[in-house]
Design a protein around this ligand. Structure first.
Ligand code: BES
Ligand code: MN
Ligand code: ZN
Length: 513
């Protein structure tokens, strides 16, 4: 990952490959051109105060995502200036929004792939801004190349450029506690988030449930997190019919991983539950061609939970966080669960499997019930659960459902604070009867309309009585099939990691519910 430093050095003397500055759309009148954001004063002076005009000549408008490169002026040791768009200039006396800084830093970091060191002179008003720029750089510079070239991730001409190696943030206060803490926080969170992306991007022939469990075990040991792995034998003994039923068609057996981070100062206990289908073929209800190429991403929820628990430990948050990774591979075979089979779940309820492609809710049901046994203050599950949620909210926004209105709002607001688009969704009672089964207590499918909400209603049945619960359906934002944007790369995105970390931070400060 890119190495970060806070620097007070003056821009002209910096021996770096590039200096990054911000350019915004003027809020004054439509006729006026782009404006240079604070932080680039020395550079503007070197251009005799004409930097905005120079940028306009080069076609810059200040729009979000825009990159304009120009040669550095005489007197500067760096050869290159990268002007990155920040979008609309804030109102007079207002600061640039943290998410605008995060995105711009991400775009610039990606544009600087192949460079060794860059200085970021973006407008910082406080430590939180420095944290946002740090996150943008660390997340935007990400690339997944473990499977390219000679197989050890080495880069060459043919296989693209190596990520930006070093970034110095200018305009911060290197000796200020709050700035240092913001950089440390960004580093811990983004390192874990990028690891979640690696897991999502890993091909499913290399990341099966056993391999994922092994990686979680090693990381837990490293960070003083208690870890327990239930293998097929233990799952059978414990009666985890949902996880076993989904995993039964695969040559790679399922696992349930429990990660427990505890703090001696904890006042609250949160449980995070992640859907970890290392590959979703659909099972006997096989997905058609065109719908399965990206289904290695179906463990994104478990990856997010794993990353968030490790980040909480690294940050030393004063909250107990238990992570549950429900890992299985959904494959068709002679031993696979059939449409029509009835599973006896860990909770004791029976489920008629009408469609083996609705497998996420089956593994989550067992993990939710397991999490409930510890009576945490709240449970949050994260899952690439339904195509219906993608149809409803598009590919960048996750849906938030809950059995408690205030908690749903708290989760939505936590997501907003960290720059993750989300939207509250209802759990309409009338959709429950569509899952009535002639044979079992409930079926794993209901009405097609509102399929994302039907899935949420199914999960609700497996949350322990009186426990506050929220469900994040990240089917849309978990995996970016388009080109990179902002600090989001192509492929695995690490969706929900920052929201979960934020929830743990709020609980740590006793500000959650
Ligand atoms: N993993 C899929 C949902 C999904 C689809 C995630 C596209 C990411 C992108 C899930 O297991 C699934 O197959 N859901 C079915 C449920 C249906 C059979 C009730 C769906 O959404 O079609
Ligand atoms: Mn499925
Ligand atoms: Zn799935």
């Amino acid at each position: 990952m890119t190495a970060l430093t806070l620097s007070t050095a003056a821009a002209p003397g910096l021996r770096v490959d590039a200096i990054v500055i911000g350019v915004a759309k003027s809020s004054a009148s439509k006729a006026s051109g782009p404006v240079v954001a604070p932080g680039a004063e020395a550079l503007d002076q070197a251009y005799d105060g004409r930097l905005a005009a120079v940028l306009e000549t080069l076609g810059a408008s200040g729009a979000e995502g825009e990159v304009t490169k120009l040669p550095a002026p005489a007197g500067f040791k760096t050869p290159l200036v990268v002007a990155v768009g920040l979008g609309a200039e804030p109102e007079k006396d207002a600061a640039y929004d943290a998410e605008a800084l995060r995105k711009a830093a991400g775009v610039a970091a990606r544009a600087l792939a192949g460079s060794k060191k860059a200085a970021f002179a973006l407008p910082l008003t406080d430590a939180a801004d420095a944290g946002a720029v740090a996150e943008g750089v660390l997340l935007g510079a990400y690339s997944f190349d473990a499977y390219k070239g000679n197989g050890n991730g080495a880069k060459d001409e043919k296989n693209g450029k190596a990520p930006l190696a070093e970034a110095a943030l200018l305009g911060g206060k290197p000796r200020d506690k709050a700035y240092k803490a913001a950089i440390e926080r960004a580093t811990a969170v983004c390192e874990e988030l990028n690891r979640a992306r690696d897991l999502i991007n890993m091909p499913p022939n290399d990341l099966d449930p056993e391999a994922f469990a092994g990686i979680a075990q090693a990381a837990a040991k490293e960070h003083g997190i208690k870890v327990q792995v239930l293998d097929e034998k233990a799952l059978t003994k414990g009666g985890y019919g949902g996880i076993l039923g989904v995993g039964s068609g695969s040559a790679s057996g399922p696992r349930l991983v429990k990660l427990s981070y505890t703090s001696s100062k904890a006042k609250k206990h949160l449980a995070f539950v992640g859907k970890g289908i290392t590959y979703d073929s659909g099972g006997i209800s096989l997905k058609p061609a065109g719908h399965n190429e990206t289904m290695k991403c179906d463990m994104s929820g478990a990856a997010a939970v794993f990353a968030a628990v490790v980040a909480a430990a690294r940050l030393g948050l004063e909250v107990n966080v238990t992570g549950w990774l429900a890992l299985a591979e959904n494959m068709p075979s002679g031993s696979a669960t059939r449409p029509g089979d009835v599973l006896r779940m860990y909770s004791g309820k029976t489920v008629e499997v009408l469609n083996t492609d609705a497998e996420g809710r089956l593994v989550l049901a067992d993990a939710l019930w397991a999490a409930s046994q510890e009576k945490p203050d709240a449970i949050v599950d994260v899952a690439t659960l339904t195509g219906a949620m993608m149809l409803a909210l598009g590919s960048r926004t996750f849906g938030v459902m809950a059995n408690d209105d205030a908690f749903r709002t708290a989760v939505h607001e936590a997501a907003e604070q960290v720059g993750e688009p989300s939207w509250p969704m209802p759990l309409p009672e009338h959709l429950r009867k569509g899952m009535d089964s002639a044979t079992a207590d409930i079926a794993n499918m209901g009405e097609r309309m509102g399929g994302g909400l039907v899935a949420g209603l199914f999960l609700r049945e497996f949350v322990g009585e009186g426990i506050t619960w929220a469900h994040l359906d990240i089917a849309g934002p978990a995996f970016n099939e388009g080109g990179p944007f902002g600090y989001t790369p192509k492929g695995g995105t690490g969706s929900a990691v920052r929201t979960l970390v934020r929830l743990a931070e709020l609980a740590s400060a006793d500000e959650l519910g």
